[in-house]
Design a protein around this ligand. Structure first.
Ligand SMILES: Nc1ncnc2c1ncn2[C@@H]1O[C@H](COP(=O)(O)OP(=O)(O)OP(=O)(O)O)[C@@H](O)[C@H]1O
Ligand SMILES: *[C@@H]1O[C@H](CO)[C@@H](O)[C@H](O)[C@H]1NC(C)=O
Ligand SMILES: *[C@@H]1O[C@H](CO)[C@@H](O)[C@H](O)[C@H]1NC(C)=O
Ligand SMILES: *[C@@H]1O[C@H](CO)[C@@H](O)[C@H](O)[C@H]1NC(C)=O
Ligand SMILES: *[C@@H]1O[C@H](CO)[C@@H](O)[C@H](O)[C@H]1NC(C)=O
Ligand SMILES: *[C@@H]1O[C@H](CO)[C@@H](O)[C@H](O)[C@H]1NC(C)=O
Ligand SMILES: *[C@@H]1O[C@H](CO)[C@@H](O)[C@H](O)[C@H]1NC(C)=O
Ligand SMILES: *[C@@H]1O[C@H](CO)[C@@H](O)[C@H](O)[C@H]1NC(C)=O
Length: 670
């Protein structure tokens, strides 16, 4: 009896030893000469900071502990306890504005190959997000509210299990041990902060605790979640960090120190030994005040100096670039100050959206209270600007009820602002896909189609010179207060073609709307516009994007799918489900067939916009599709026509794949 007991105790002891000898633990007080596995834009700075991203647009950075770590004794066993502590800092380029955040992550691989930037935080992409096969545990420090993932605000900490939809999240903050109140913390304040993540493998509980750098570890965690990580964590996993930037506000993400321990308490970081963050922003002027001169002597010149500084700052703030040749454009030139006031200082709240070419803000002109939309396009070189502005202005003279009126422009250093009339109902794509709040009925859709067709016909044939739009697509069709479809954004693509913007002497347009010969030759013609118009027709009739990464394989490419429906004898199967049976069969058939016709891979077979109008009006019958010798191959998209990063661009945009590919390279070489 007593012998049995002894053996049991010994066995138990041995198991414990075995587990303990395996237990990984490490501490980095700064990362100088560390051996982390880095990818993306992650790097170790000269003074030993781990910088996951710098202020570069749409990038990711990952840093992982190089060796695999055992989280279980057997693949189906239960996950061990672990703890980690790290100090991080999120530094936005413009203080007060939010870029995207970062995350502590435990993953089955060293690095996250499919992780995309922006709201994906470098963790997932549109197809992996939420999938159980990910086996990813992360604690996100999220500084942007993405409604798609049910984010609570733009400054929160969340526990993410296989998904960016956090299992639980809280606004960032902490409860100091000697106080009873909860203090908010701003994650992207550029200040270093500490975070602890602790998993108790017996109680199956995850605790996450945040604190400013100066505070002791709070007793009360910010997040506490009862959750068994055993199904999530595999036997061996990698631990590390992921961060990402977007395209609007850029942020740099730093880790100053990190410690980790399996089955035990992570060694506490010695905060005094961590590397220092670089200085951000201008130096303080407070030294002025410590000068021992009598206050009166000093304050007078100071007041003058401040007045001058204030004046100079104002002047600088509203500075524009105005060259002599521009004087000729008189009324089309807006004052930057007026646009600044109109958009309330380009507040994030006034942001209407962001596209491939820039960001769009809503505004009200101070002079006449007119509602406007201001598109901010950044440009580096002056080369070609003169021709471009001349063209913009001449295009500005285009007047048609199906075009968005361009009111004028303004130019600053590195920035061009285009002023358009504000369109009350926003862009058409919002009415078509992603479970739209309100959709359009068939007659409204047909009216938009006819309107856009006549707008495009005007550009092609009715004006004094041929204007090629180059970027026809649902997100560039805006709806005015009467739900008239109006073409916007014309001319902008031209700016890229002129090479005014850097690295963009190549194809401009949007994947899914780019005619095959366009991506081959790089030359835009009226037929390439017709091709894009065809994609647009299908889009409106089917309520789907031309390329829908979410769709099953056979209907991934809309035109191919509609074509196969037609081949199968039931083209109406493709009509938008949201319409139910509330549509006119003949009209829907006409629109779908015309969409296929315009999408013909052979440019000379495509109809002209004049013909398109005749078909739409019903005054000329559409030729039989079969007589056009369309074959599935003939219709096929040339998606693989040399676009190296098409997949990335496709899933980058917040709305799906609607953004212009402003930088597509034909042969991948630069
Ligand atoms: N004149 C306008 N009136 C009202 N809203 C506008 C106007 N112009 C643009 N917007 C809004 O701003 C958003 C962004 O426009 P923008 O044209 O930059 O992007 P996009 O069309 O989605 O992409 P791309 O730049 O690739 O064409 C649009 O989706 C639209 O909702
Ligand atoms: C960001 O880092 C990359 C590579 O580390 C570098 O090429 C780039 O110039 C950096 N950008 C800025 C804005 O610091
Ligand atoms: C760094 O990590 C790699 C991968 O685990 C390992 O092969 C290498 O020996 C390590 N080097 C040092 C100096 O620790
Ligand atoms: C582990 O679990 C899986 C699925 O539950 C099961 O198919 C497998 O047989 C188990 N393996 C062991 C070694 O228990
Ligand atoms: C998403 O990530 C997975 C896994 O890393 C990868 O296989 C896939 O190609 C990615 N998909 C896209 C659309 O980037
Ligand atoms: C999850 O990913 C696996 C493997 O990549 C895939 O087979 C499966 O269809 C995905 N599940 C969902 C719901 O997307
Ligand atoms: C994430 O949350 C949003 C909003 O709560 C929901 O619409 C969406 O379906 C969720 N996605 C996943 C992958 O769980
Ligand atoms: C802290 O943040 C919360 C949520 O963002 C807010 O409701 C609250 O007013 C803030 N408290 C203080 C003291 O600023």
């Amino acid at each position: 009896m007593s012998i049995k007991l002894v053996t049991a105790v010994v066995a138990c002891f041995l198991v414990h030893i075995a587990a303990a000898s395996d237990d990984v633990g490490f501490i980095y007080q700064g990362f100088k000469s560390s051996n982390l596995s880095l990818d993306g834009f992650a790097t170790i700075t000269n003074n030993g900071l781990l910088r996951l991203t710098n202020i570069t647009k749409v990038i990711t950075g990952h840093a992982f502990y190089p060796n695999p770590i055992n989280f279980k004794s057997t693949p189906n066993g239960s996950a061990y306890s672990f703890t980690t502590q790290f100090v991080f800092a999120i530094v936005p380029q413009t203080s007060g504005l939010s870029g995207h955040g970062m995350a502590f992550v435990i993953a089955p691989t060293r690095g996250l190959p499919g992780g995309l930037p922006a709201q994906f935080l470098g963790l997932f992409n549109g197809s992996t997000n939420g999938n159980e096969t990910n086996h990813i545990f992360a604690v996100e420090l999220d500084t942007i509210q993405t409604h798609e993932y049910g984010d609570i605000n733009d400054n929160h900490v969340g526990i993410d299990i296989n998904s960016l939809n956090s299992t639980v999240s809280q606004p960032a903050g902490y409860r100091a041990n000697n106080k009873n109140s909860f203090d908010n913390l701003t994650l992207n304040s550029a200040k270093p902060m500490q975070l602890w993540v602790e998993y108790d493998g017996v109680d199956k509980r995850i605790d996450v605790t945040l604190a400013p750098i100066a505070a002791a570890k709070p007793n009360a965690p910010l997040l506490s979640l009862s959750y068994d990580l055993s199904p999530i964590l595999q036997k061996t996993m990698y631990v590390g960090f992921s961060a990402a930037t977007g395209s609007v506000v850029l942020t740099a993400h730093f880790i100053l120190g990190w410690s980790f321990k399996m089955n035990g308490a992570a060694q506490a970081l010695d905060l005094s030994r961590l590397p220092k963050l670089p200085r951000f922003g201008p130096k303080k002027v407070s030294n002025f005040f410590t000068v021992g001169l009598p206050v009166i002597c000093v304050s007078l010149p100071l007041i003058v100096a401040f007045a001058v500084a204030y004046h100079l700052r104002r002047k600088w703030k509203f500075a524009e670039v105005l060259e002599e040749w521009e004087l000729a454009y008189g009324p089309h030139r807006f004052k930057y100050k007026d646009l600044y006031i109109a958009t309330k200082g380009f507040r994030e709240k006034e942001l209407l959206g962001a596209g491939g070419f820039g960001t769009v803000y809503k505004g009200v002109l101070p002079t006449n209270k007119m509602e406007i939309a201001v598109k901010k396009v950044s440009h580096q070189s002056r080369q070609g600007m003169r021709e471009f502005i001349a063209e913009i202005i001449s295009i500005g003279r285009l007047r048609h009820r199906n075009l968005v009126p361009l009111l004028g422009y303004c130019r600053r250093k590195g920035e061009l602002l285009l002023v358009y009339e504000f369109m009350l109902n926003g862009s058409l794509d919002r009415f078509l896909y992603n479970q739209p709040k309100s959709t359009l009925n068939w007659s409204q859709r047909l009216r938009v189609i006819k309107g856009v067709a006549s707008g495009l016909f005007y550009l092609h044939e009715e004006w004094e010179q041929v204007v090629i739009h180059r970027d026809v697509k649902a997100s560039n069709i805006l709806l005015d207060s009467d739900l008239n479809g109006r073409l916007g954004d014309f001319g902008l693509a031209r700016l890229y073609d002129h090479g005014t913007l850097p690295h963009t002497t190549h194809v401009v347009g949007t994947i899914g709307y780019l005619a095959p010969e366009h991506s081959r030759t790089g030359k835009a013609t009226t037929s390439t516009d017709v091709y894009a118009f065809g994609a647009f027709l299908l889009e409106v009739a089917c309520g789907r994007r031309p390329i829908d990464p979410q769709a099953p394989d056979e209907s991934l490419i809309l035109v191919d799918w509609v074509f196969s429906c037609w081949q199968g004898g039931d083209i109406l199967q493709a009509v938008d489900q949201n319409l139910g049976t509330e549509y006119v069969i003949e009209e829907a058939e006409l629109v779908l067939k015309l969409g296929l016709f315009c999408s013909h891979s052979e440019p000379n077979v495509r109809p002209s916009m004049r013909q398109v109008l005749l078909y739409l009006e019903g005054s000329v019958a559409l030729p039989e599709l079969s007589s056009l010798s369309i074959s599935a191959v003939g219709l096929g998209f040339t998606l693989c026509g040399g676009f190296g990063d098409v997949a990335l661009s496709l899933s980058l945009s917040d709305k799906g794949c609607s953004h212009s590919i402003a930088e597509s390279h034909l042969s991948g070489g630069r």
